[in-house]
Design a protein around this ligand. Structure first.
Ligand code: 5GP
Length: 121
C-alpha cells in the first residue's frame, strides 16, 4: 500500500491539523487520542512516511526504529503509566483494524484493561 500524504496523521505532522501534544523529538510525535478508549490514551507516531508496522519495520533505518521505540518507552514513563502498566497496540492493516494509514502505537493505560482481544462488531 502506498503512503497517503493526505492521511490525518500526516496533516498533524505538517501542523495542518492541531493535536494535544505530549512529546516530540527527531523521530517521534506523541499526542492524545481524540477518542480515548482508556483514562490515558496516547498515540505515538514516527515522523517518517510509513503506512504501518509492516512498512516501518521493513523500510525504516536503524536510527528511526531505535528512536521511535525509545520514544514510546519514554512517553509511557513520562505519562507515569510504566507502573502499574499499560498496553501498546499497533493495529496493522484491514484485519488488524487499522483506520489511519500512518504507523502509530497506542499507549492505553489508567485502569485494568482486561482481556487482550474483544469480539469484532
Ligand atoms: P487505528 O484504528 O488506526 O489503530 O487508530 C486510529 C486512532 O486515531 C483512533 O483511536 C482515533 O480515535 C484516532 N484519531 C483519528 N483521527 C484523529 C485526530 O484527528 N486526532 C487525534 N488526536 N486522534 C485521531
Amino acid at each position: 500500500m502506498a503512503y497517503d500524504r493526505e492521511n490525518i496523521f500526516a496533516k498533524i505532522l505538517r501542523g495542518e491539523i492541531p493535536c494535544n501534544k505530549v512529546y516530540e523529538d527527531d523521530h517521534a510525535l506523541a499526542f492524545h487520542d481524540i477518542n480515548p478508549q482508556s483514562p490515558t490514551h496516547v498515540l505515538v507516531i514516527p515522523k517518517g512516511a510509513y503506512v504501518s508496522n509492516d512498512d516501518f519495520t521493513a523500510k525504516a533505518s536503524d536510527a528511526e526504529l531505535t528512536g521511535f521505540f525509545r520514544a514510546v518507552g519514554h512517553v509511557a514513563r513520562a505519562l507515569g503509566v510504566a507502573e502499574p502498566g499499560y498496553r501498546m497496540i499497533a493495529n496493522t492493516g484491514v484485519h488488524g483494524g487499522q483506520e489511519v494509514p500512518h504507523f502509530h502505537v497506542h499507549i492505553c493505560a489508567g485502569r485494568v484493561l482486561g482481556g487482550m482481544i474483544r469480539p469484532a462488531g
